[in-house]
Ligand binder design. Structure first.
Ligand SMILES: Nc1nc2c(ncn2[C@@H]2O[C@H](COP(=O)(O)OP(=O)(O)OP(=O)(O)O)[C@@H](O)[C@H]2O)c(=O)[nH]1
Ligand SMILES: [Mg+2]
Length: 323
């Protein structure tokens, strides 16, 4: 059991996904909600949700900051998850992150973006991302549209199940990777991710990349493929080549702690033009210069921090130095 990482799920959907996740994740899980399912009681007795009002949720969390901070004490990192677009998750996440920052914890946010069909909720979610990113050391976005594009069955419950699986498995992977050189592996600030389960690792990676093209794969971005601890070098070489061939990006392949060979999570760093597509309402953040010209690609936006200039990889597709 990882004892120095705390996973916090917030809001109705967030708490549903993580309600029985402690044994799967092998780390402590806390639920924060505006009803009686909350691990710490935040809302008044009898209240059940914030009915889409993030301002109300914000106030409730704000009044309980001391109790939240008390619960965060001693953790090295806090991983916060919600599906944005409702009242509770959208309103509370910034306060939860603020509490974690004040307790000296590293902050990782994993945020679900509601599908395009939910127009208003999605717009609300997008508006909240700049602030959430500013309070996070790393932010991981799951665009429900991308999951739908991979889901053969369009029934709502199948899609929700697939979203829940993607999130649980990816958060488990993030918790695993937090025991290693996490911030060097995830060098950029914002990533999206695709979780795929396939017998063939090459097919899995192909599917993950296809679910993200053309919105997020960026020729100047980074790609991290998290594979099972058992994967052999032949298979990881094949993944390497497939990603490079499809995207022009040389991926980092990292090993998770589990042996689930058929499962893979692919992370894509998001910035520049793709970021503008995903976050159309994003205000230009604090960045020396705010918006800068990049020789390869129009405008570069940096969310709440400085991103080092990209240098072309100094190795070939197999990770060897140039001859
Ligand atoms: N995957 C999944 N998504 C859900 C589920 N229920 C709701 N959602 C999505 O989650 C988004 C946020 O809804 P909720 O989690 O109910 O919102 P909340 O944070 O609880 O906010 P309030 O209910 O307004 O207090 C919605 O836009 C839906 O797209 C679920 O059971 N599974
Ligand atoms: Mg709710």
């Amino acid at each position: 059991m990882t004892q120095d990482v705390l996973v916090v799920a917030c809001g109705g959907a967030g708490c549903n996904v993580f309600s029985e996740a402690e044994s799967v994740l092998e780390c402590p899980v806390m639920l924060l909600n505006s009803n009686s399912s909350s691990s710490i009681r935040l809302a008044p007795e009898g209240m059940d949700g914030c009915r889409g009002d993030p301002g109300l949720a914000f106030s409730i969390a704000f009044e309980n900051m001391d109790a939240i901070k008390e619960a965060f004490k001693g953790f090295r990192a806090v991983v916060v998850f919600t599906i944005l677009g409702g009242g509770t998750g959208t309103g509370m996440v910034p306060i939860i992150l603020q509490c974690a920052v004040e307790c000296g914890c590293r902050t990782i946010s994993v945020m679900g973006l509601p599908m395009s069909l939910e127009t208003e909720r999605r717009a609300l979610a997008q508006e909240s991302l700049a602030e959430i990113s500013g309070l996070s050391d790393r932010m991981y976005l799951l665009d429900e549209d991308a999951v739908i594009s991979m889901c053969p069955d369009t029934k709502a419950h199948s899609i929700f199940r697939m979203i829940s699986h993607s999130i649980l498995f990816t958060v488990k992977c993030i918790v695993d990777l937090l025991s290693g050189p996490f911030f060097a592996t995830f060098f950029d600030k914002v990533y999206t991710f695709a979780y795929v389960s396939e017998l063939s690792p090459v097919k899995a990676v192909e599917k993950a990349v296809n679910s993200s093209v053309p919105t997020v794969v960026d020729p100047i971005g980074r790609i991290v493929v998290a594979v099972s601890s058992e994967m052999g070098s032949t298979e990881s070489d094949a993944i390497y080549e497939k990603v490079a061939e499809m995207t022009g990006v040389v991926p980092d392949i990292v090993r998770r702690n589990d042996r689930e060979d058929t499962k893979m999570v692919v992370f894509f760093s998001v910035w520049s033009r793709s970021l503008l597509l995903l976050l159309p309402g994003l205000a230009v953040p604090d960045y020396p210069g705010g918006v800068s010209e990049h020789p390869h690609d129009g405008v570069v936006l940096v969310l709440g921090g400085y991103r080092a200039p990209h240098h072309p990889p100094e190795h070939d597709a197999r990770g060897l130095p140039p001859v």
